[in-house]
Write a protein that binds this ligand. Structure first.
Ligand SMILES: CC(C)(COP(=O)(O)OP(=O)(O)OC[C@H]1O[C@@H](n2cnc3c(N)ncnc32)[C@H](O)[C@@H]1OP(=O)(O)O)[C@@H](O)C(=O)NCCC(=O)NCCS
Length: 123
């Protein structure tokens, strides 16, 4: 599914939805809303394939960076994102409810714009 701003992809095994990813790109910035793989299809590379497809698609829209939030305890997802080039960007305190938990904000920048240079007072 696709419109001017949003991209959603489903991965099917026959008629069965095995996984999906969705996000939105506006003004050179992309946000991933969610990626999920049904429990019986996990650990087969589907999550990685969905992220790769999503990244390839938004790069064609000339996005400069992708952001996402993930529960701080969600190690499978954090590992998946790191494996696909995402890096820690910040923490949103108590972002989630039921249970209350911090969000880790992660990003993937394509143009190096998120790399900060050290400030030199002497100059
Ligand atoms: C996160 C999720 C999408 C991963 O999907 P998946 O198809 O199992 O992932 P893949 O098989 O492509 O795995 C890719 C990498 O992710 C990491 N990973 C996936 N599952 C993991 C687990 N249970 N524990 C630790 N790392 C894990 C690993 O680094 C893995 O690489 P490896 O297999 O070479 O070790 C899946 O676990 C899921 O749907 N979770 C529930 C929904 C969710 O939390 N989504 C994220 C919302 S922000």
């Amino acid at each position: 599914m696709k419109n001017q701003f949003s991209d959603f992809f489903g991965a099917f095994c026959g008629e069965e939805l095995a996984g999906y990813i969705g996000g939105r790109t506006i003004a050179g910035e992309t946000e991933i809303f969610n990626v999920a793989v049904a429990p019986k299809f996990r650990r087969n590379g589907l999550g990685k394939a969905l992220i790769e497809k999503f990244i390839e698609t938004v790069r064609e829209k000339e996005t400069e960076q992708i952001f996402l939030e993930v529960r701080a305890s969600n190690l499978p997802a954090i590992n998946l994102y790191e494996k696909n080039g995402f890096a820690f960007f910040g923490i949103r305190k108590d972002y989630y409810d039921d249970p209350k938990e911090n969000a880790i904000l992660m990003h993937l920048a394509f143009d190096g714009s998120m790399e900060y240079e050290e400030w030199d007072d002497e100059e």
